[in-house]
Design a protein around this ligand. Structure first.
Ligand code: BGC
Length: 365
């Protein structure tokens, strides 16, 4: 009897130790969250949601913002490594991040590329993002519908101009390819005229002419003003392919001061991210559409992935499609988890952006 009690007590003690040890371990593990910038609104939401989700799972979490400066972000990553982070979630500024990713790999710290693929690195295995090609397709299809390209002809074509994101962000190429693949057939039959530089895929030499360094609104605005006074001077533009909301509003601002587009006759302008100011512009008929990528869902899926990897479990990420073949960094094919983007127009912005709790009605000014 004594023996049984002693064994039982021993087992209880052991179980207690294992439990306490387990709980303590997961509490002590740190996840570093390196976001690229704050001048595009979404990243602050990404950072906040990632931190909250990681902490809810018992991790220590630290979030940093790189101010679109890769040297600064690399320093932030080094600091996280010094503090003993076990996993890094990196939304990189540009490819210069790979030295920091190599340092993480050397320290056996896991890296998840967040939203933006880290190219030219073999030092990580996981990428999580939205279906970015589909984002571009939504933008292309929005122009196709709004301009009724099916009815346009060589004699009565529609006119648009093209903008893309940062040349150093792999996503910018994917968005553009998604959009231009929808538009290309109309360009080829003359029903759609591209005013200004006219790349027909992201690999074309002219692609760099439509890109916008670090996704900066002031650069897009200046380029649009320049187009309006030069290449687009003798056209009334029917549309502008804008890659995200920050740039869409800068482009709309430039058009608003041009006499041809005064009095509400703005071109159809696309967007992405569902920024509050763009939802207001969509409501007011200034911006035509945006593509919503719910940062709450991306953050939750990322922390689920991080948690599985840190506990050596096979990840099973709800709401994400696993693609193990298509995402090549140039050095290795990584496992990519893709979430679904949602197209937003005047018709559904309330349901998608407000009823879902992403914004309060009062956020949309
Ligand atoms: C993201 C977009 C964002 C852009 C500028 C891209 O990599 O996917 O959501 O608008 O960067 O920050």
């Amino acid at each position: 009897m004594k023996r049984i009690i002693a064994v039982a007590a021993g087992l209880t003690l052991a179980a207690g130790l294992v439990f306490a040890g387990g709980a303590q371990d997961s509490k002590q593990k740190m996840i570093g969250l390196a976001m690229p910038e704050t001048h595009v609104e979404r990243w602050q939401k990404d950072g906040a949601a990632l931190k909250a989700d990681a902490e809810a799972k018992g991790y220590i979490a630290e979030v940093t913002y790189g101010d679109a400066d890769q040297a600064k972000q690399n320093q932030q990553i080094q600091d996280m490594l010094t503090k003993g982070a076990k996993l890094l979630v990196i939304g990189s500024v540009n490819e210069g991040v790979i030295s920091a990713v190599a340092d993480a790999a050397r320290d056996k710290v896991l890296v998840i590329a967040y939203d933006r693929l880290i190219t030219n690195s073999a030092d990580y295995d996981y990428y999580i993002t939205f279906d970015n090609y589909k984002v571009g397709q939504f933008q292309g299809k929005a122009l196709e519908t709004a301009l009724n390209l099916a009815a346009a002809t060589k004699d009565k074509p529609k006119y648009i101009t093209l903008f893309a994101g940062a040349p150093t962000d792999n996503n910018a190429k994917v968005f553009f390819d998604g959009a231009i693949d929808v538009l290309r057939p109309y360009v080829e039959k003359g029903a759609l005229v591209l005013v200004g530089p006219a790349p027909l895929k992201s690999g074309d030499a002219d692609f760099t002419k439509i890109t916008t360094e670090n996704w900066r609104a002031d650069i897009a605005k200046a380029r649009m003003e320049n187009l309006l006074n030069n290449d687009a001077k003798n056209y009334v533009l029917d549309g502008v392919l804008a890659p995200n909301d920050t740039l869409a509003r800068a482009i709309i601002e430039a058009c608003s001061t041009d006499a041809k587009y005064a009095g509400g006759k703005l071109p159809v302008v696309t967007g992405q991210d569902g920024e509050a100011a763009s939802i207001a512009a969509i409501r007011d008929g200034k911006q035509y559409m945006t593509v919503f990528k719910d940062t709450r869902k991306l953050a939750a899926a990322t922390i689920d992935l991080a948690d599985a990897l840190l506990n050596a479990k096979t990840p099973s990420i709800a709401g994400a499609r696993l693609d193990t073949a298509s995402y090549n960094t140039g050095k290795k094919v990584v496992k990519a988890y893709l979430l679904e983007p949602v197209i937003v127009t005047k018709e559904n912005y309330k349901a998608v952006m407000i009823d879902s709790g992403y914004y309060k009605e009062s956020d949309i000014k």
